[in-house]
Design a protein. Structure first.
Length: 131
């Protein structure tokens, strides 16, 4: 468990990955690292609106969240309401397309990648896991 916790704290390794451990192992490592954990179930997502709603709920988005791509990108790069030494976003039960059209999936993927890279510049790991 210590190895996973140490890996989560490695800013350079942070990125977007398919989860390759059990959920219990991830939960324990996140807890041990004192990271914020955001979980979104994508099982019922069928389009941009439902995806944005699931993400807003997962990150506990503030009232100014505007349910559009820019608002998601802004919120993911802010997280001032959830201060932590690092972040883990767990996207559960989603299809390969996250329930989005090809164009929407491209935008969502770009936002996730940009979020990881933004937080790297802040010297904070931000991980995205799919399971």
């Amino acid at each position: 468990m210590g190895t996973l916790c140490a890996r989560l704290q490695d800013v350079g390794e942070a990125g977007v990955y398919r989860l390759n451990c059990t959920l219990d192992e991830l939960y324990a490592a996140v807890d041990r690292a004192e990271f914020a954990l955001f979980e979104a179930s994508l099982a019922q997502v069928h389009g941009k609106g439902e995806f944005l709603a699931a993400m807003a709920q997962a990150i506990h988005a503030p009232g100014w969240f505007g349910s559009n791509w820019d608002a998601l990108a802004d919120a993911m790069g802010d997280l001032s309401w959830q201060r932590a030494p690092g972040y883990v976003l767990l996207l559960r039960d989603g299809s390969e397309t996250l329930g989005l059209s090809a164009a929407e999936h491209g935008v969502a993927s770009e936002i996730l990648t940009n979020t990881v890279n933004f937080w790297k510049l802040q010297h904070k790991p931000f991980w995205v896991f799919f399971c």
